[in-house]
Design a protein around this ligand. Structure first.
Ligand SMILES: [Zn+2]
Ligand SMILES: [Zn+2]
Length: 300
């Protein structure tokens, strides 16, 4: 095939507010096929500046039911509809996805009626519909979708008490990329990442997070500091990612879902990755919102 295979980063943040980093969202691009993975706060507004026409997306995947991965879904649906979609969006995700989509559709019900009454046949009634498929929970990567040469597999990760939570592996033209979803270190992610050309991994820098907690305590925001204290139990630290990447022999690591959310600043990105290069010898980078990163064979 030889056409482009790349990952668009709509949002590289977490629930923690940030000027530079929206909530989690990616678009997988292979040739003319576009598949969204998660749609957290602000992700929909990143679509067009990232060069993605919303109506080019007919499939969306969700990793888990945390707000920072789904609250821009209604805005995405409307952007997709008004850009000209004429077919329902197909959505795949873990148990809970249907409930989430049904809830959003109920919230939008009146507005959909208003838009149709106002714009008439300029909007196709099927373009705002959603068809949901909830995937079985399996720790080993299991195929569920083939689309435009892309092959998708899901696997369960460990984001307890968020159960189930998924990562995804996608193959195209002899290349493979793994999107970790939100997870702590877990063997299913190691197994799914074996030999992947790119691992897009959520990432937490523990010492930077502790600095944020100290700052919050110093200004009397003890509740927020305490909540941040719960974060490490279900996320993966940067040096753990490096160990995982080495063990799995991945070609390249791209960090996303950055905790705490550092600004777009090369020095801070370097500090965020401190200690990783001594463990994992391949390329590592911190993704920024609206970046497009091609999946390639290492060294090519
Ligand atoms: Zn998250
Ligand atoms: Zn989460």
């Amino acid at each position: 095939m030889g056409t482009r295979f790349e990952i668009v980063f709509l949002g590289t943040g977490s629930p923690l507010p940030s000027m530079d980093r929206c909530g989690a969202g990616n678009v997988i691009v292979a040739g003319d096929t576009h598949v969204m993975v998660d749609c957290g706060w602000g992700a929909a507004r990143r679509l067009r500046p990232s060069g993605v026409i919303p109506s080019s997306i007919d499939v969306a995947l969700f990793t888990h039911m945390h707000t920072d991965h789904m609250t821009d879904f209604p805005d995405f649906l409307f952007q997709r509809w008004t850009a000209g979609s004429q077919v329902p969006l197909r959505v795949y995700g873990p148990d809970g996805t249907k409930e989430m989509v049904d809830g959003f559709m109920m919230a939008l019900r009146r507005d959909i009626g208003f838009r149709l009454a106002h714009h008439g046949d300029k909007l196709h009634p099927d373009g705002i519909k959603v068809e949901v498929t909830e995937l079985p929970t399996t720790t080993s990567a299991t195929g569920f979708l083939k689309l435009g040469g892309l092959e998708f597999e899901s696997f369960e990760v460990d984001h307890f008490p968020v159960v189930p939570a998924f990562g995804y592996r996608v193959r195209y033209d002899g290349l493979s990329a793994v999107l970790s979803g939100d997870t702590s270190f877990c063997e299913s992610l190691v197994a799914a990442s074996q030999g992947a050309d790119m691992l897009v991994c959520e990432a937490m820098n523990v010492s930077m997070l502790e600095q944020v907690q100290t700052l919050l305590r110093g200004t009397g925001r003890t509740r927020e500091a305490g909540l941040l204290g719960d974060v490490p139990s279900y996320h993966i630290g940067t040096t753990e990612i490096a160990g995982l990447a080495r063990k799995a022999g991945v070609g390249e690591v791209v960090l996303s879902h950055i905790i705490p959310p550092i600004p777009n600043d090369t020095e801070q990105e370097t500090a965020f990755m401190a200690g990783m290069a001594g463990i994992y010898g391949g390329p590592i980078r911190v993704a920024r919102d609206m970046q497009r990163i091609p999946v390639t064979k290492r060294g090519s």
